[in-house]
Structures are given as structure tokens and as C-alpha cells.
Design a protein around this ligand. Sequence first.
Ligand SMILES: *Cc1c(COP(=O)(O)O)cnc(C)c1O
Length: 466
Amino acid sequence: MSTLDPADWSALRALGHKMLDDMVDHLAGLRDGPVWRPMPGVVRQGFTAPLPSQGAAPEVLYGRFQAEIQPYITGNLHPRFMGWVHGGGNPVSMLAELLAGAMNANCGGRDHAGIAVERQVIAWAAEMLGMPPETSGVLLTGSSMANFVAVLCARYKALGQAGRQNGAGGAKLTAYASAGVHRCVPGALDMAGLGSNALRRIPVDANFQMDIAALREAIAADKAAGRTPFLIVGTAGTVDVGAFDNLGVLADIAAAENAWFHVDGAFGALAALSSTLKPATAGIERADSVAFDFHKWAQVTYDAGCVLVRDPAMQLATFAQATSYLAAAPRGLAAGAPWPCDLGPDLSRGFRALKVWMTLSAYGSAALGGIVDDTCTLAQRLAAQIKASPKLELLAPVKLNIVCFGVAGFTDTQTADLVADLQEEGLFAPSTTIINGRLAIRAAIVNHRTLPEDIDALVTEILRRV
Ligand SMILES: *Cc1c(COP(=O)(O)O)cnc(C)c1O
């Protein structure tokens, strides 16, 4: 018999202490390092080795981590990382990951504290968005999976048990979202077997909100052609410019059409924590389901997505499967139904809830709402400097924490090169997007570590180069 535990724990303990000290130093010293650095070919080569048949000492592997992994990671902890929509994480969440690893809990089901913590997190999320207390939900990898779960719930509402067993069959179901919809929503329709062409991408107005008249026309046209509108997806915080659809109106239209009303609030749902921004989320509390991430604006370490479903019975009916070996019992470890495995696609699942629970508990909703506000204030600061510069152009209204801008007279290639240079030199990591046919520099301020001086330095650095 051989166990993987050491006979003498002292060396492992010492290594663990060193790792913890180093990682605290890493967090404390983020600002002094580059945002990101490209991974050299020789380092990359180190990860093409054959499967090791003999083990190596954890101290050796930690040495490799320090030399070959830590320096070449995404960079989203850094205050000058502004690309895509990446959260900065937080130290309490980091420690919670250690505890969760030590527990190695399987949160697919059974009657244990891991499930209770997750239910607490789901209840808090519902409270945050003003959804009813009985709202159910489950933690997932991210909003991509959360949107997928929501599409499956909507499919269940439209097709019932028959849809689960036979697939869509001849049903011609159609879904609607704004042209700014995240790519994972058509992806979810694809994965649900309904086909990504079932999604109607409704044009947006000057505020990047779904054009309601165009939505009504598209629904009418589909019905006239014998199709069934089954799902309306509102976006709370589009990924390119941070726009909010008019969720209240979408809720009314969905109710009138007996369609499922889902909100993709991947990061924007968290605006509900800010008293100044909360009005933009109005109507989210009427959603049949909401997808959002704790790993973006709420700063929980990756990964931590969440889906909420207003009608718990509907979520259970969408996923539950009767299998004898997983049957829930009235008492003992197999009690406590319904289990998370009956609320989503995963059976075995880790203890994601712990880091979410610890983050929300450690900082409180007020401080997290304050971060949402602060990042939006920084975005306005950036927008103001862009407007003040004759060399820079604001390319979309700044509603939230995302600023899309360009350099006057720059071609798309010049813009792409500028952004790649800033990234490769480790100075800043904005990303790019296409706004009205033109490549834009896109700064999404999500990180709680970003300061006004970081914004000012970004503008100074860009102006120095153009
Ligand atoms: C980030 C994002 C997603 C995808 O979420 P993941 O957590 O990356 O899976 C979906 N929709 C919007 C609007 C997003 O910003």
C-alpha cells in the first residue's frame, strides 16, 4: 500500500508556508512588476514533456512554478490590466481556495456544509438583484455556462419533458437578443441543439440598447412564419461598451409572448450593488433567469459564475434525472435534496461557494458596490481626458466602466500595433474591439487596484507614442 501523504509532514508544511509567504508578497508587490510578459519559446517548450512516470519533489515543482509559470500568467491582478472584462481577484478569495482545496469537497450533492454555503451564496445573489427569496440557482464556471443553463430552462418551458427526451424535434423556436450580445448566447443555443441561427440579433440604437420596435417586428415576423418566440435575452452590461438593455420593457414583451425572459448580466448585474448605478439594472428582478459572474466585478478568484432561476421547480425539472445510485434519502449523508447536480449539468463539482461566501462576507456588499462605483468613476476620468485631447477620439458613450476610443487618423493596423506594444512592453493591457466598423482601443476598468494615476499614465503613454 502506498499513500500520497508524506510520512513526515514537516517538509511539506515548510514548503506550504513558503508558498503562502511568497504569494502574499506577490499580491503586495503587483504594482512593481510588468502587467504581462510574453512566454519565451524555451519556457513554453517545458510544457510539451511526456507524462512523467516517476515523481519529482514538490520543492522542485515549486521552483518551476516560480520560474516558468508565475511570470507568464495573464496579468489581470495588475492595476494596469484593462483588457476584456477580467476581475482582479482578492487575497481572502486566494486563502479560501487553499481551504477549499484542503476540504476537497464534492459539491454535486449529499448533505454537508459545502451545499449550505452555496445555498447561502445563491440567496445573497437573489437578494442583491431583488429576486424572490425562493429563487434557486447554482454556481458554475462562468456566465457562458450560466447562459447555457438558462437557455435549457427556457427550452424546458417551451417543450417540457418531451424536449428533454426527444430534442427540439420539428419545433421552430426563436430567441432574441441585442446585436451586442455576447458570443456565448448563440453558443448556448447551439449547445442546446436549437442552432445558433435560432437567435435573432436585434439592432441597437445610439445608446447601444436593443431597438424595441425592431424587436417587436422580428417577433411578429417569426410568428407569421410559424415560428415560436421562446426566449428574450436582455443584456445588462454588453461586453463591448457596457450598455444595458431596457430590461423592464423586455420583461413586458416576454410576458406578453409567454417567452422566457433571461438576463445576461455577466458583469453588469453587479451594478445592482451600487446605489448610483442600480437604476440601470431596473427590470432584472423580473427575469426568469439571470447569468452573472462573481469573478469579474465582484473580484472573486477564477472561476465563479452563477445562474439564478426564479422558479425553482423549473430549474429542477430542466436537469433532474432519476438514478437509483444518486437517490436522495430522508436522512444520513444522502439527505438534503435537491442537490446542485439536479440544477445544472455538472455532477461532481468543487467548493466554489467557499471563496464567494468568504469574499462577500469579508468585504460586504457596500464595499464591493463601492468598487463598482470607483471603476465607473475611473472610466469617466479616462473619457474626459480622451475628449480633452485633439489626438484621441471617444468611440462609444461611457455608461459604465468600459471606454472605447481611438487615435485620430490611425488605421486599424496602427491601433492593433499600439495595443500589442503596450501589452508586450508590460506597461498596460487594454484590449480591442470593433465599434461601428472601426478597431477601437478598449479599456475595461474592473480591477479594484486601479487608481486615477493609472488612468492618467495610460493616456500619457499613448499620447507619447502617437
Ligand atoms: C464575460 C461575459 C460573458 C461570459 O462569461 P464567462 O464568465 O467568461 O463565461 C457573457 N456575457 C457577457 C456580457 C460577458 O461580459
